[in-house]
Design a protein around this ligand. Structure first.
Ligand SMILES: Nc1ncnc2c1ncn2[C@@H]1O[C@H](COP(=O)(O)OP(=O)(O)O)[C@@H](O)[C@H]1O
Ligand SMILES: [Mg+2]
Length: 790
């Protein structure tokens, strides 16, 4: 039971608090006074939504009070009792922020502040969700005839959902799905089985097993045969190896025998007719040695002669070149002047040079003195010329108008002028005489200097000629010395050459009689004898060896035919072993393959068994599912019939209480071919209501259905909310309805909320009546005024 609702800033409600009681509570007011808002608030407080919001006709922020001024949040608090507990739910709606909700049970917080948590909790407590609430409990304004407006098919769906019959439908669909899947599985299994049976042959396994045993037996006998043969082969192998050794020995001796006899043959041919016994080896060797020494001596002498020849040649060459030098020196000095004469001449010339040097020195001194005098003379001439110039300047001065005394610088008169001029002129003529004398002296001096210089030049020329003469004499002196030396050496060479020639002649005489080639031939002859002696000895030795080999050959017992025969037997046995091995291999391979085949046949057998069992199981399950779905359909049908019957019962009871006329006596839902058809009873028969009833009659029928549903479906909650149910009803029916609401319904439903603008419906209240007042012209807020009903 809902006990209290507080609305803050919720649409037109600034702050309204409404208390409710058992029985029929009525909210009366003009349109727009905020009646529906109260019901929407109850719905929102419980489920977090209401029909207009659910259909997105409004947003939640739009419920916050906006007239006459704007608020930024709204709040709802709903108190209700359910079972033995008191609950209080609060919801806060905030602009542009997350909304919040809290739920208290007996003053203890049990959910929140998360909105979804609170929604879930309330659904759990009331055992009803928004869908059922909005259809079975809450009849919206203008939606009372909702069920009438649906098509029979939609109606069936909607009813089935409300009656929770759709669950059976879902389970059945699930079962059918499983059955279909099983059918596919069954077909697959049957197919696999058929294919397996096709390739399965019971006889094959028996045959394979028999053949396997036989082959294994044969394998055993092959193995023993092979080991026997291998023993024989081993023995023969040893025998062959022994024979091989003997053969090698025999062949080696034979080869040696042949080799030695051919060697002996050639040796004997080489020494045919030669008798070694005639010769003594040591003497022959001595003879050879002697001959070799003689050849060596001759060769030595020859090489000495050669070196002497070279020496003579060299010395002769040197003597010839010396003779040439001597000749050339002699040609320079044909008169044969000797060294002493030259030395005396040099001495005389040296004396002359000394004298000449003194003369040159004297001349140089004279020149110096004369030049000194000349420069002094030139100086004096310069002084006199200056003096003369000065006198001439004074003279000119005196000739001028304002002449002054040259000493006192006073102006002079004419007489003084004349005297001074005369004096001046006398001085000039005296100086000019002196100048003439000096010039004459200068001329003399120049002549003397010229003369002395020519003398000095001639003396120096002479000096040079004398020096050259001395140099030439010194050269001649050296030549004479060299000539003497060369002549001495030429003499020595001549003597040497003479000696060497003598020596050479002696050596030549010594070897003139000797003949080297003869001696060499002799040596060769002796060496050949020695070689033959050696060969005779070798031939003797080979003869002895041959005898040894021959006796050895006689001792070796080797039979070629025996070896060939033994080898043939050995190869034959080996071949047998090889072919037995091959048979062994193929037989073993076959056993492997047969083993595999055996396993696969066995597993096929196993699979066939499993498949057969699987098919059996599926077929059984299928039967069970068929039974299950049939049962489901039956259960669903009987449940549906039961529920509809109950609803029909309720409608039968309600109809005559609401509808005041006798033309239609009852109302029911008919289930025909799965559709839910609404039927009404005319005096003669049941008829479909579509197209038959007037607007008011339809409303009465719709209301009856609504009331019946809430009685049957929400029996645990026992709530009913009707928003403007009187639409289309005539006055008589309205008064019937208000009576029903006040008298009969409270005995069936614990709490009813009735919203109306019709003042007649005030009589429907069995508990609280709220008059909602609001000045719509001034966009005022809602003022609820309560009135208790007695
Ligand atoms: N957020 C809001 N703030 C103020 N007034 C609102 C708001 N939303 C709707 N209304 C006003 O509420 C009135 C409708 O309230 P309602 O409960 O449906 O009236 P009625 O009594 O006819 O059922 C309108 O007049 C509408 O202008
Ligand atoms: Mg309304």
């Amino acid at each position: 039971m809902i006990t209290k609702l507080r609305l803050e800033n919720w649409k037109t409600h600034k702050d309204s608090e409404l208390e409710f009681d058992k029985g029929t509570n009525v909210l009366i007011g003009k349109m727009g006074s905020g009646k529906t808002s109260v019901i929407e608030a109850i719905c929102y407080a419980l489920f977090g939504t209401f029909p207009a919001l659910n259909r997105k006709e409004v947003s939640i922020e739009e419920v916050i009070l906006s007239k006459p001024y704007e608020e930024d949040n709204a709040s709802l608090t709903l108190e209700f009792r359910y079972g033995k507990s008191n609950y209080s739910v609060n919801r806060k709606i905030l602009k542009k922020k997350t909304n919040q909700a809290t739920l208290y049970e007996n003053g203890r917080l049990i959910a929140g502040p998360q909105v979804t948590e609170v929604n879930k909790k309330i659904e759990d407590i009331l055992k009803i969700n928004y869908e059922i609430f909005s259809r079975a409990i809450f009849s919206e304004q203008n939606q009372i005839d909702y069920f009438l407006k649906l098509s029979p098919q939609q109606r069936k769906q909607s009813f089935d959902e409300m009656l929770a019959l759709d669950r059976y439908e879902r389970v059945r669909a699930g079962a059918v799905k499983v059955r279909n899947k099983m059918k596919i599985l069954l077909a697959l299994k049957k197919d696999s089985l058929a294919r397996l049976l096709e390739s399965f042959d019971e006889k094959e396994l028996k045959e394979i097993l028999k053949k396997l045993e036989e082959t294994k037996e044969r394998l055993g006998s092959i193995n023993s045969e092979i080991s026997q043969k291998e023993k024989i082969v081993k023995e023969f192998d040893i025998k062959i190896k022994e024979l091989e050794k003997i053969r090698v020995l025999f062949e080696n001796s034979r080869r040696k025998q042949i080799e030695y006899s051919t060697k002996l043959d050639t040796l004997q041919q080489e020494i045919a007719g030669f008798t070694a016994a005639k010769y003594e080896v040591s003497e022959i060797k001595k003879e050879i040695e002697k001959l070799e020494k003689e050849i060596e001596k001759i060769n030595d002498a020859k090489s000495e002669i050669n070196s002497l020849k070279a020496l003579i040649e060299d010395k002769t060459k040197r003597k010839i070149s010396l003779d040439k030098v001597i000749l050339s020196i002699k040609s320079k000095n044909p008169l044969g002047v000797n060294e002493k004469d030259i030395e005396e001449k040099i001495l005389g010339l040296n004396k002359k040079i000394k004298d000449l040097e003194e003369l040159i020195d004297g001349s140089a001194e004279d020149i110096e003195k004369l030049e000194e005098k000349r420069s002094k003379n030139k100086e004096e001439i310069g002084c006199v010329c200056e003096r003369i110039n000065n006198h001439k300047k004074e003279h000119d001065n005196l000739k001028g108008l304002h002449a002054k005394c040259p000493i006192c610088k006073q102006a002079v008169d004419e007489t003084l002028k004349k005297n001074l001029s005369k004096e001046n002129e006398a001085c000039i003529s005296k100086e000019e005489k002196v100048l003439d004398g000096l010039k004459g002296e200068l001329g003399e001096l120049e002549k003397k200097i010229e003369l002395t210089r020519t003398e000095e030049k001639e003396q120096r020329k002479l000096f040079e000629t004398l020096n050259k003469e001395i140099q030439a004499l010194e050269g001649s002196k050296k030549d004479i010395q060299m000539l003497l030396e060369n002549e001495k050496q030429a003499e020595l060479l001549k003597k040497d050459i003479c000696n060497l020639n003598e020596k050479q002649e002696k050596a030549s005489k010594l070897i003139a009689k000797e003949d080297i080639s003869e001696k060499k031939k002799e040596i060769e002859k002796n060496t050949e004898i020695l070689r033959k002696i050696e060969k005779s000895e070798t031939a003797e030795k080979i003869k002895k060896d041959l005898k040894g080999i021959e006796s050895q050959l006689k001792e070796i017992k080797y039979d070629r035919d025996e070896e060939i025969e033994i080898r043939a037997i050995f190869e034959r046995e080996k071949e047998t072993i090889r072919s037995l091995g091959k048979e062994l291999e193929t037989k073993t391979e076959w056993i492997n393959e047969a083993g595999k085949r055996k396993i696969s046949i066995e597993s096929m057998e196993k699979n066939i068994g499993e498949l057969k069992r699987g098919i059996e199981n599926i077929e059984k399950s299928n039967e069970k599912i068929a039974i299950f779905t049939n049962t489901l359909i039956e259960t669903q049908n009987s449940l549906r019939t039961l529920l509809i019957e109950t609803i029909n019962d309720a409608m039968g009871d309600l109809w005559w209480r609401i509808y005041p006329y006798k033309d239609y006596s009852s109302l029911k839902i008919d289930i025909s071919e799965g559709d839910y058809v609404l039927m009404i009873k005319t005096p003669t028969k049941w008829q479909r209501i579509e197209g038959l009833l007037s607007g008011g009659e339809r409303s009465a029928a719709a209301l009856t259905i609504r009331l019946a549903f809430s009685l049957v479906l929400a029996s645990n909650l026992s709530w009913l909310i009707l928003d403007e149910p009187t639409h289309n009803l005539d006055r008589m029916t309205i008064s019937r309805l208000s009576l029903l609401m006040r008298e009969h319904m409270p005995t069936l439903i614990e709490q009813i909320f009735l919203i109306t603008h019709d003042s007649e419906m005030e009589n429907a209240a069995s508990s609280k009546v709220y008059f909602l007042e609001r000045n719509k012209d001034e966009e005022g807020i809602t003022k609820p005024i309560v009135q208790d009903v007695e």
